[in-house]
Design a protein around this ligand. Structure first.
Ligand code: ATP
Ligand code: MG
Length: 431
């Protein structure tokens, strides 16, 4: 175990949340070990500001829970304790041991609950252990550094510091074995490579194509959780590129993968959507998964809608049916909760309604709660080179007008940037 003393690393307690410091000192005062671990230590060493603080300890979940009134035990696959301070949640986990040791020793330490499927998939992992055992159970070397806030020391059992310095994402242990235990680790490799702008270690990279098919075993709900971390953490554009590079996108969104191969606008649209989301996050503006999902699946929904229209369905009916088909198909791989699928459909249907830039309804559209997202989506489509008859700039001007003028312009069509011209385009639109 490599111990890095206070004067040889850049972590300062100033950058650690008071709540996390409080939890650690309380645990220590009760005779337990307690360390800051994972992403927080990694990000502190890189000079960044961690978004949350995870703690590892030798205290059992029950012992932790008993120490903090404001805590609860959660999880089944991994039992962890959440300690709540206002809006902040500190995640406290008990050191995990070797999952294959069902021996008396580990049972005595309070856990003998580990299960693996025939293919090596880890179903449960609640065997407790020591710091060293805990370190090697983690996914990446850069995620397995521990900080002792009492002695100000960093503990490194897996050459994590070295990998941090050479900016390398490296799985702990044999990558193929670790990916078999938990295939989501492949997505995590890609996620951290994109987020930190690190390269992927050769051995780790080589194991991905051999193991990627295992992602098909992952429950749709877990993939959705991972999707949120992949695309809503401010690095969606880089993540998309890496997912494609490692051929993993097809396990999350096979339809998007297929569209990228067939439709030249699809990549531009996805890149624009990801870039837009990253920018909004950087500016601390709100983002919704619905918008990203709408972009990821738009090429498929649009193609299906065109097809249904060619079979004689009216445009709005075709769009509706296409949305339904596209989302149900996607949901076979990744869960899409209703609170996101509903706005997705509305954004898509709005693309048709935005083509109606005349009449009273058009004037009122601007005040619709979905207008903003749908208008942004229209601009993205145009940015990606989709032909819309310059609708975007028409709506850009139009929405600035007071309601009265909007009504006037929309009903008489005079002086409107679109007017009759766009109306003729409507007849040969493709969606
Ligand atoms: P982020 O900045 O995204 O929160 P993080 O490193 O804290 O990054 P988490 O998903 O919060 O990532 O996980 C916390 C820690 O738990 C990780 O740093 C890693 O050590 C460990 N971990 C998480 N998921 C796995 C996994 N699937 N297999 C092994 N270890 C994992
Ligand atoms: Mg974290």
């Amino acid at each position: 175990m490599n111990v890095i003393p206070r004067d040889q690393h850049c972590i300062s307690r100033k950058n650690i949340s008071d709540s996390a410091l409080k939890v650690m000192s309380r645990l220590r005062s009760q005779g337990h070990q307690a360390y800051l671990v994972g992403g927080a230590v990694r990000d502190l060493l890189l000079g960044g500001h961690p978004k949350d603080f995870d703690i590892a300890t030798d205290a059992t979940p029950e012992a932790i829970h008993a120490l903090f009134r404001n805590s609860r035990i959660i999880g089944r696959r991994f039992r962890i304790v959440h300690v709540r301070f206002g809006r902040e949640i500190i995640e406290v986990t008990t050191f995990r041991g070797h999952h294959d040791s069902g021996d008396e020793d580990s049972a005595e330490r309070g856990g003998n609950h580990s299960r693996q499927s025939a293919s090596g998939l880890l179903l449960r992992d609640n065997v407790y252990g020591t710091l060293e055992e805990d370190a090697v159970r983690r996914d990446l070397t850069v995620n397995a550094l521990y900080y002792d806030s009492g002695k100000f020391e960093v503990f490194d059992h897996v050459h994590g510091l070295e990998d941090l310095q050479r900016r390398s994402i490296c799985v702990i242990g044999d990558p193929a074995v670790r990916f078999r235990e938990d295939p989501v680790r492949m997505l995590r490799v890609v996620r951290f490579a994109a987020k930190l702008d690190f390269s992927v270690d050769k051995t780790t990279a080589k194991a991905i194509p051999r193991c990627s098919h295992l992602l098909a075993e992952i429950p749709a709900a877990r993939l959705f959780d991972e999707f949120l971390k992949l695309f809503l953490a401010g690095h969606a554009a880089a993540t998309l590129d890496k997912l494609r590079e490692y051929k993993l996108l097809q396990y999350l969104f096979p339809q998007s993968q297929e569209a990228l191969q067939r439709d030249s606008h699809a990549l531009a649209l996805l890149r624009a959507a990801m870039g837009n989301t990253d920018q909004r996050i950087a500016q601390e503006k709100p983002v919704t998964p619905a918008f990203i999902l709408a972009a990821l699946l738009w090429p498929t929904a649009k193609k299906t809608a065109t097809h249904l229209q060619q079979q004689g369905e009216p445009p709005m009916v075709a769009m509706n049916n296409a949305a339904h088909q596209t989302i149900s198909e996607a949901a076979r791989h990744i869960s899409i909760p209703r609170r996101f699928s509903q706005p997705m459909r509305e954004i898509w249907e709005f693309q048709l309604r935005l083509q109606r830039n005349h009449g009273r309804k058009a004037a009122e559209l601007v005040d619709h709660r979905r207008f903003r997202a749908a208008y942004d989506f229209l601009l993205l489509r145009e940015q990606a080179g989709e032909e819309t008859g310059n609708l975007g700039s028409w709506w850009t001007t139009f929405q600035e007008l007071p309601m009265e003028q909007r009504l006037q312009q929309a009903t008489d069509g005079k002086g409107s940037p679109g007017g009759r011209r766009t109306r003729t385009r409507r007849s040969n639109r493709s969606t």
